[in-house]
Design a protein around this ligand. Structure first.
Ligand code: N2P
Length: 415
């Protein structure tokens, strides 16, 4: 247990302040309805967008004739393919956006989802060539660039590129955004059941709540879920042990594996795909290793107007936690590059960006989208962490050959 009295005092004061402000530790919109809709793309603030739309009207008409491959007709600036294959994290877009795009541009989107960066990589490495647009996280972008799995892009060709907050551009994992553009960002922490006897008295603000058997014994009969994600789970264990969350040291990684194996009997599920709904909202667990947006989703799904509170709170452990940035990238194997780029640009539209965040509850790197994002989301410290919390967050980075040690540890963990 890594706690001290002063720390607890701060936690209690913070909780009282939050309660006085009338919000739960995790805020968000009252429902998953989208207030900022995109289908008409009205009121778009950038003149550039209007120009693109005008071009697209021509494309749309042209599109009636498109079959299979992209084709360019004389005088047309961009031709679109009849289909586009999009492979995204589970539950990570308002599918109305896909329907709107299909309707507006006559491109049929073949949509499929994955549970983790490693699943995405495995799929591409197994030779899957059908996918055009994918959404890897930071460290996985570097891995994929090295493996030649990503197509180069020129952000100068994206009329909506200027919508992106410069803080999220030119990241070390993809200097100059030569391959990808930012999609959504968030943190990884612990979601816990408000009102549960144990958590009434104890805020799980340490990774120890996920790993320390002495603690686990007190509430694990209510069910505990962890993310089915090797870098995330190893990072949490490494942080608890006081090691670098990007450690490449075999001894440290083995220590992390052992910590996980000791805690594993207390865990009910490894789920990172639909745990927010199937486990948190459904009250199948009382605590979960969780991504910020999923915790916020559970909070608002269980929000009660009478008590003005939801059932799920979110804590970022004091030992530090992961912050991540997921990206929109185009596969090297695409045969529909122009269409993929067009779709990428569409996702960077301010209103589309807001619709994504208003649905996922993850933070948007799209600055221009902010005026369309629900206030409750923008003001939620669990989604947009305050500076003092952000200081304690770390990006995962590519670990080079140590990835083989991670794979080995993961096999032992899941075995
Ligand atoms: C949401 C997926 C979040 C992605 N279901 C975390 N990088």
């Amino acid at each position: 247990m890594k706690r001290n009295k002063l720390y607890w005092l701060i936690v209690v004061i913070l909780a009282l302040v939050l309660a006085a402000c009338g919000g739960g530790p995790s805020g968000g919109p009252e429902s998953n309805d989208n207030e900022a809709t995109t289908s008409e793309n009205e009121n778009t603030s950038l003149e550039e967008n209007t120009a693109v739309e005008n071009e697209n009207t021509a494309e749309e008409e042209e599109h009636e004739h498109a079959e299979g491959e992209e084709h360019a007709e004389e005088g047309e600036e961009m031709a679109l393919a009849s289909e586009l294959s999009v492979y995204n994290w589970a539950d990570y877009i308002d599918e109305q956006i896909l329907a709107d795009y299909e309707e507006e541009f006559g491109v049929t989107i073949i949509y499929d989802t994955y549970a983790s960066n490693e699943d995405l990589l495995a799929k591409l490495q197994a030779g899957a060539t059908g996918y055009d647009v994918i959404f890897p996280s930071d460290y996985m972008v570097s891995q994929m660039i090295e493996l030649d799995l990503l197509h180069e892009i020129d952000t100068g060709e994206l009329s909506n590129w200027g919508n992106i907050n410069p803080n999220f551009a030119d990241a070390p994992f993809d200097p100059g955004n030569q391959h990808c553009v930012p999609y959504q960002w968030g943190t990884t922490g612990i979601a816990y059941r408000a009102g549960h006897e144990f958590f009434e008295e104890n805020t799980p603000d340490s990774w120890g709540y996920l790993f320390d058997p002495e603690l686990l014994e007190q509430y694990s009969d209510g069910g505990i879920n962890v993310l089915n994600d090797q870098r995330e789970l190893m990072a949490a264990a490494l942080a608890y042990l006081g090691h670098d969350m990007n450690s490449t040291d075999r001894t440290e990684l083995e220590e992390a594996r052992d910590l996980i194996l000791e805690a594993k009997p207390y865990w009910k599920t490894f789920n990172s795909e639909d745990y927010d709904n199937s486990l948190l909202v459904a009250d199948e667990v009382v605590m979960s290793h969780a991504w910020s947006g999923d915790a916020a989703f559970a909070y608002w799904e269980t929000y009660d107007d009478e008590t003005e509170d939801g059932n799920w709170y979110y804590a970022i452990p004091q030992e530090g936690a992961v912050k991540w940035l997921d990206n929109i990238c185009i596969t090297a194997s695409t045969e529909r590059f122009e269409t993929a780029l067009h779709f990428m640009n569409y996702l960077l539209d301010a209103e589309v960006g807001a619709t994504i965040t208003n649905y996922t509850y993850y933070a948007s790197p799209n600055k221009a989208a902010e005026e369309f994002i629900l206030e409750e989301i923008l003001n939620d410290a669990g989604i947009y962490p305050p500076a003092e919390v952000e200081e304690n967050l770390t990006w995962l980075v590519e670990v080079g050959d140590a990835i083989f040690i991670y794979d080995e540890m993961w096999t032992a963990i899941k075995g």
